[in-house]
Design a protein around this ligand. Structure first.
Ligand code: ATP
Ligand code: FE2
Length: 332
């Protein structure tokens, strides 16, 4: 059995988890909540620095209660990117220190791929088209010949970011996505919004601007409803085209925005209409979590991949298609 300690802290959530092939042994987390405005990278990093000791200690104590000791840990995995520079540097420093003191290898993992692999593990889907929607990212991906290929993506901001920005404009606290969802559920009238799909790519920033304008003439609930309907229809269109072109019959939702019930419903309908299966992990595995980092670390460790300290420098713009996937074909 392999036991991996995983650390996540690319943005708002600091989390540490211990995972084996069989199960999640323990996860601990501490959330940074901005007093006002959005996530401030330096403040989030300071939050992570001051909470690291607590969170890691909690995770290790949890594992001890389950009968594991420090000696059982085979490697320390951490989010090498993408993410906010100050945040990922802080957590990477802790991961390096832990790997040295535990005398175990270090494994730098790609945060986006961790979102995908935890979903595949939790839902038991083998070869899905993935819709990965979070604060900073919006991508449609699928695995082919040793890599997760990006088939379509946002050309500007992530969908979560678009929702959070509009929510902030309404005076709502961060994160805004769930609050927009709540308001949207009471909307009845569709207000025109720009629908921007270019080939397989998407754009959301104009949508936020348009929602800000619309609020002067329409009910807040209707604007939230229209914003969601438009953005989610765009995502569903691109996700469906990816499935059609690749002849795939499974779809996996990943990332924090995946918690949105209306988005889930639209994707479910699309999959149902084309005879495909739709998979969504529990909310705790959609949002940023240490378990997904530990789990991808485990897959990498078991296929012989570790990261020497001199190659552990963080990558704020780390793209999933930069990663050579060495663990998938082997496990087939
Ligand atoms: P990444 O680094 O992968 O971009 P992230 O730091 O944005 O991740 P996640 O936890 O994956 O973190 O996603 C957070 C985003 O999810 C926020 O923008 C938040 O508003 C959004 N979100 C959470 N719940 C909902 C919801 N119910 N509806 C819409 N958006 C939601
Ligand atoms: Fe994320």
């Amino acid at each position: 059995m392999t036991l991996i300690l995983g650390l996540e802290g690319t943005a708002w959530n600091l989390s540490a988890a211990l995972v084996s092939e069989e199960r999640v042994i323990h996860e601990a987390e501490s959330t940074y909540k901005p007093l006002y405005g959005g996530i401030h990278p330096r403040e989030a990093a300071q939050h992570h620095a001051s909470e690291l000791k607590n969170v890691v200690t909690q995770a290790l104590r949890g594992a001890k209660k389950e009968g594991f000791s420090l000696d059982d840990i085979d490697a320390v995995a951490f989010s090498q990117g993408p993410g906010m520079g100050p945040c990922i540097r802080t957590v990477a420093t802790a991961a390096r220190a832990l790997s040295i003191s535990l005398k175990t290898p270090l494994i730098g993992v790609n945060h986006c791929i961790a979102h995908i692999e935890i979903g595949r593990w939790q839902c038991g889907t083998k070869d899905p088209v993935v819709l990965y929607v979070s604060g900073a990212n919006s991508q449609v991906l699928a695995y082919r010949s040793g890599r997760y290929r990006i088939l379509g993506e946002t050309l500007d901001i992530g969908i979560g970011n678009a929702l959070d920005k509009f929510a902030r404009y309404l005076g709502l606290s961060h994160p805004g996505g769930p609050k927009i969802e709540e308001l949207a559920s009471k909307g009845t009238e569709y207000v025109y919004m720009p629908y921007v799909v270019k080939g397989m790519d998407l754009s959301f920033s104009g949508l936020t601007t348009s929602a800000k304008d619309a609020i002067n003439h329409h009910k807040t609930e209707d604007v939230c409803y229209s914003l969601q309907e438009t953005a989610f229809a765009m995502l569903t269109e691109v996700a469906e085209r990816a499935m059609a072109h690749l002849w795939k019959d499974e779809m996996l939702l990943a990332g924090g925005v995946g918690a949105n019930r209306r988005l889930q419903q639209m994707l479910q309908t699309m999959c149902h209409d084309r005879g495909a299966k739709f998979f969504v992990p529990e909310n705790k595995y959609l949002k940023d979590n240490g378990t997904m980092i530990a789990y991808l670390g485990l897959l990498m460790f078991n296929s012989g991949e570790t990261t020497p300290i001199e190659k552990s420098v963080v990558k704020p713009n780390y793209r999933p298609d930069e990663v050579e996937v060495t663990w998938r074909d082997k496990s087939k």
